[in-house]
Design a binder for this molecule. Structure first.
Ligand code: LFR
Length: 466
């Protein structure tokens, strides 16, 4: 049977990695080739991604992957969603914005003046998040930037364009723009309504399609394959579920909590509950809610470290595990005040004080309060998903970096009252690898088969509710 290697480039909000996936019918082994920081840069006009640095690291990583795995079959890129570059005649115009930049507030106002939240939901089935691409584009119209552009490329598509010279829009990520209809085609009616030129948006491709070839490693040209280029789509494809019905939590900077469906749910209740219908690998619907994730924790630690460089997350987590149950209150992690970077402990304390709830007294208690609040949000989201979809989910899969957080997994098992199966940690890179490996003919079958391979080869840990 066939064996071979592909390379996954996975860019997260705090760091990127290039991983080799060595794949065969009974083999799935990931090897880290490169890891690098992803540090946003603030300029007077706002918060940006350092996209050229990311591209440089990506090329270096891909070249190294090609050296380590001679005959490398393919490269695929995924990243967080919604952000993009504006181009004219193939040249990037300006530095892409970070979705946590505050310029989007005006964009939301402008779009809602034309199409209200209910109408938008019927068009695109997305949870309202102020940074969804259509709101960012409206902000770019205010500054006049959009008038100059003749193309919008989502970040993984921009990087793939730089590698190959070919411009496409990968479907899972395009589904986060707000400009795709739930069936997966560009929504021309909505574009017209919002006065967006259809030609700004390139041809759609699906995960597994070939985008082009790259010379990132000069010895031989390497195929660039569309992965599920939205990181969450790749992560969900790698959920090692054996169950017919399951909930997943893709747990990193964000926690994406939901279920997988064949058809979207576009009801008014669903909109009001903040559920999104994003497109997954193989045409599935990722029916989920964006819960503010470990961002709360990483920003808190970054804040404490500014005054005390000895602060260590691992120490705080150990202390937080010893905080007695019921000692700290929970807060609403969805509150929009937690979106921009900054001093999270003070914002959490303010949220609690406004409601006369006790403010944690120590850093460990803050950490416990954050994790309890996340677990509480997960439990509420899963119950709501069950109600809105009419199915019951007996098991919760936690994938991504957060699956390593034992305390969080334990609290999630307690608050959901269900077994939590944790792992794989590198779910996104794994899903990226699987889609490429299937396109290259190394493995076969649908999502069930891909998931079964993950289950048979990766380290998983079960946390039972007491
Ligand atoms: C997770 C993620 C979420 C998306 C958020 C912003 O990394 O891709 O799915 O809502 O980042 O792009």
């Amino acid at each position: 049977t066939a064996h071979g290697s592909v390379a996954a480039v996975d860019l997260g909000a705090s760091g990127g990695r290039v991983m080799l996936g060595h794949v065969g019918e009974h083999e799935l082994r990931l090897e880290t080739v490169a890891r690098f920081e992803n540090e946003p840069v603030r300029t007077p006009d706002g918060l940006h991604w350092n996209i050229l640095e990311l591209y440089r690291r990506l090329r270096e990583g891909v070249a190294e992957a090609a050296i380590r795995a001679p005959g490398l079959l393919s490269v695929g890129i995924d990243s967080w969603a919604v952000d993009y570059g504006l181009l004219r005649a193939g040249t990037l115009l300006g530095v892409p914005y970070h979705y946590r930049d505050s310029r989007t507030a005006d964009g939301v106002r402008d779009v809602h003046a034309v199409a209200g939240p209910e109408e938008l939901y019927r068009h695109n089935g997305l949870q309202h998040l102020p940074f969804n691409t259509l709101f960012q584009l409206a902000a770019d119209r205010r500054t006049g930037l959009l008038d100059v552009a003749d193309r919008v490329l989502l970040l993984p598509d921009l990087l793939a364009y730089w590698l190959t010279g070919v411009q496409v829009a990968e479907r899972t990520n395009a589904s986060t723009t707000g400009l795709l209809d739930p069936g997966g085609a560009w929504n021309q009616a909505l574009m017209e309504q919002l006065d967006l030129d259809r030609s700004l948006f390139p041809t759609l491709v699906s995960p597994g399609d070939t985008i082009g070839e790259t010379d990132a490693h000069d010895e031989h040209r390497i195929r660039v394959t569309a992965a599920g280029s939205h990181d969450t789509a790749s992560a969900v494809a790698a959920v090692p579920a054996a169950e017919e019905s399951f909930a997943y939590i893709s747990c990193g900077t964000w926690s994406l909590v939901g279920v997988e469906l064949d058809e979207p749910v576009l009801s008014e209740e669903s909109r009001a509950a903040g559920f999104t219908n994003e497109l997954g690998v193989d045409g599935r619907i990722r029916y989920l809610h964006n819960v503010t994730g470990l961002w709360l924790l990483s920003e808190s630690v970054a804040h404490w470290r500014r005054s005390d460089p000895t602060v260590e997350l691992s120490t705080l987590l150990a202390q937080a595990a010893d905080v007695p149950p019921g000692r700290v209150p929970v807060f609403d992690t969805d509150d929009e005040r937690f979106l921009p970077p900054g001093d999270m402990p003070t914002r959490i304390a303010a949220w609690l004080s406004e409601r006369d709830l006790p403010v944690p007294g120590t850093r460990a208690e803050f950490v416990r309060c954050i994790l309890e609040s996340l677990a509480d949000a997960y439990a509420r989201t899963i119950t709501t998903a069950e109600k809105l979809t009419g199915r019951s989910v007996p098991v919760v899969h936690v994938v991504g970096g957060g699956s390593r957080n034992t305390l969080l997994c334990r609290l999630t098992a307690e608050r959901t009252g269900r077994p939590v199966i944790a792992g794989p940690v590198e779910a996104t890179a794994t899903g990226n690898v699987l889609v490429q490996a299937r396109a290259a003919g190394l493995i076969h079958g649908g999502l069930d088969e891909l998931r079964s391979l993950v289950r048979r080869t990766q380290n998983l840990k079960t946390h039972l509710p007491s």
